[in-house]
Design a protein around this ligand. Sequence first.
Ligand code: SF4
Ligand code: SF4
Length: 101
Amino acid sequence: MTHVVTENCTGCRFTDCVSVCPVSCFHGDDERLYIDPIACIDCGACKPLCPVSAIVEDIDLDNDQWLDVNAEKALALPVVRTKQTPLPGAEARRDVITGNA
Ligand code: SF4
Ligand code: SF4
């Protein structure tokens, strides 16, 4: 059991999620984050902090695509432990996703 970062994370980097993870299992590239499914203890602390609802429990996925992507990418990318500057356009993108635009 793990949590998984899905498509809405692309272009965000608000990274509110990483500051509460007790096991530092978020990894990132230039566009988005991924959760290491082996390190994740499935605590759920990150999920309510994501402003674009990008984090889901694996049991709620329609298929294993994002589970596989998270597992593969997390292995190859550095850990992200601290909150970072959002990517350009992240606020506007969030407002469209949440219906506040
Ligand atoms: S807060 Fe959500 S969208 Fe932003 S970096 Fe974390 S998982 Fe991705
Ligand atoms: S569910 Fe818990 S352990 Fe897993 S990524 Fe989120 S905060 Fe970290």
